[in-house]
Design a protein around this ligand. Structure first.
Ligand SMILES: [Zn+2]
Length: 140
């Protein structure tokens, strides 16, 4: 499995850093951007974990300016696909609870960000896990 940090991910990093700097100050804003990119990778590793359990080959995970991605072999195992689509948001929600168990504005902000990553990915619009789930569960 390869890790791909696309050059365009710098845009996402700068956006996160600027956004969180407004709330937390520059130093913590940059740390928030680092933690958020790490959180996106944990989300993708959730997908990887579920897919590997079913023996589905993972080619790469990575980050672009649009967020994370997992490139994998195709599969017609609908159960593996459902588990994989749910595992990413579940990993984000796990991070939510981990950050939430710490006090302070930085951890609260990171908890909220991971809740947003996890829950917004379940909305079936665009290239989200929710859209993938809908496609699996409601075949055309
Ligand atoms: Zn996902």
């Amino acid at each position: 499995m390869k890790f791909e940090f696309k050059p365009s991910a710098v845009v996402l990093f700068a956006l996160f850093a600027a956004l969180y700097a407004l709330r937390l100050g520059w130093r913590e804003g940059v740390w928030a951007a680092v933690v958020l990119l790490g959180s996106i990778l944990v989300h993708e590793l959730g997908h990887v974990f579920a897919l590997r359990r079913h023996g589905i080959e993972i080619k790469a995970i990575g980050i672009t300016h649009l967020g994370g991605f997992t490139r994998r072999a195709s599969s017609d195992n609908w159960f593996a696909e459902v588990q994989s689509a749910l595992a990413g948001p579940a990993a984000s929600l796990l991070l939510y609870f981990i950050f939430r168990s710490h006090s302070g504005e930085f951890f609260t902000t990171m908890a909220t960000a991971n809740a947003v990553i996890g829950l917004s990915n379940l909305i079936p619009i665009g290239p989200t896990d929710g859209r993938r789930l809908l496609r699996i569960l409601l075949p055309a």
